[in-house]
Design a protein around this ligand. Structure first.
Ligand code: FEO
Length: 169
């Protein structure tokens, strides 16, 4: 059993991870109709990552005999003015996720709930990787955004991304 406060916060994060996937599918749609099929594909793979994150919370809750509670989602942003705006928003979103994980960690520490702390340690490392990935991509996009040939090349590279479940430990 977990406290109600911690269970609610874990459920909230389960829903936010699913929402993150929703955000990336919307971004993938914008890329697809703006002749960026590789970026679109890359973002759809990112949605698979987010589902994996969500399921870690889902599985943890059920292992702790707590019920996952699914909630409705806000509308994601569907319109962007440029590719760099897409990735600026994506990086901002990942920073929000990191802040939420830190907040969860504070609650788990207050309650000395070490099983939850162990789960969240994985997310702290994962978020560092997520922010690094988006930050690096954004830097490249900003550098080459006006060069159609280089964007075409990067689009082709990103089209090769495959989903590899993040390491579990
Ligand atoms: Fe699950 Fe990209 O944070």
């Amino acid at each position: 059993m977990l406290s109600k406060k911690l269970t609610d916060a874990l459920n909230d994060q389960l829903n936010y991870e699913l929402y993150s996937g929703h955000v990336y599918v919307a971004m993938a749609g914008w890329c697809a109709v703006n002749d960026l099929p590789g970026f679109s594909h890359w973002l759809l793979i990112q949605e698979e990552e987010e589902r994996f994150h969500a399921m870690k919370f889902f599985n943890f809750l059920t292992e702790m005999q707590e019920s996952p509670v699914l909630a409705g989602m806000p509308d994601p942003v569907n319109e962007y003015s440029s590719l760099s705006e897409v990735f600026e928003e994506a990086l901002k979103h990942e920073k929000d996720v990191t802040a939420r994980i830190y907040n969860l960690m504070d609650i788990a520490h207050d309650e000395r709930e070490y099983r939850t702390i162990s789960l969240l340690n994985w997310f702290v490392d994962e978020q560092r990787e997520e922010e690094d990935t988006f930050s690096a991509l954004l830097a490249v996009i900003k550098r080459i955004e006006d060069n159609g040939t280089e964007i075409y090349q990067l689009d082709k590279e990103l089209g090769a991304r495959v989903f590899t479940p993040p390491a579990n430990e």
